[in-house]
Write a protein that binds this ligand. Structure first.
Ligand code: HEC
Length: 115
């Protein structure tokens, strides 16, 4: 019983956790908040503390300062998949089924419509 009880608990936990994980790919919003905002800021403008820590320029962490052209979108997808420079990690293996283009679309959505 001492061995079986924890196993039963584990099985129950897996049963509860897995259907949701299998059915839903992570939303771009949640993924951004969990994996990107720490460096790029919730608003996409860059986290000031990280700027100092990484010794990068504000524009490097600011994801909203670009032109939003298809070329830029492609470069963003590439940066997400492969990483960029020394500090931007590759997320290729961590996307969990999320399309990097969805992340880029989410990032564009952070930009206030009226400036
Ligand atoms: C550990 C901090 C860190 C995390 C976490 C991080 N980034 Fe970055 N990111 C950077 C840095 C630093 C750069 C600038 C790299 C350079 O230009 O040398 C960058 C660059 C980028 C660029 C390219 C911007 C440009 O103008 O070319 C994109 C797009 C990007 N990040 C998206 C994301 C997304 C989406 C996530 C979450 C999945 C994320 N980043 C998570 C630090 C981070």
């Amino acid at each position: 019983m001492k061995i079986i009880a924890p196993l039963t608990l584990l099985a129950a936990a897996v049963a509860v956790a897995s259907p949701a994980a299998a059915a839903e790919k992570p939303s771009a919003e949640k993924f951004y908040a969990g994996k990107c905002a720490s460096c790029h800021g919730k608003d996409g403008r860059g986290n000031a503390k990280m700027l100092k820590m990484f010794k990068v320029e504000a524009k490097d962490l600011d994801l909203l300062d670009g032109a939003g052209t298809p070329e830029e979108d492609a470069a963003f997808v590439k940066a997400i998949l492969e990483g960029k420079g020394k500090k931007m990690p590759s997320f290729k293996a961590k996307l969990g089924g999320l399309d990097p283009a969805d992340l880029v679309a989410y990032i564009h959505g952070l930009k206030p419509a009226v400036k």
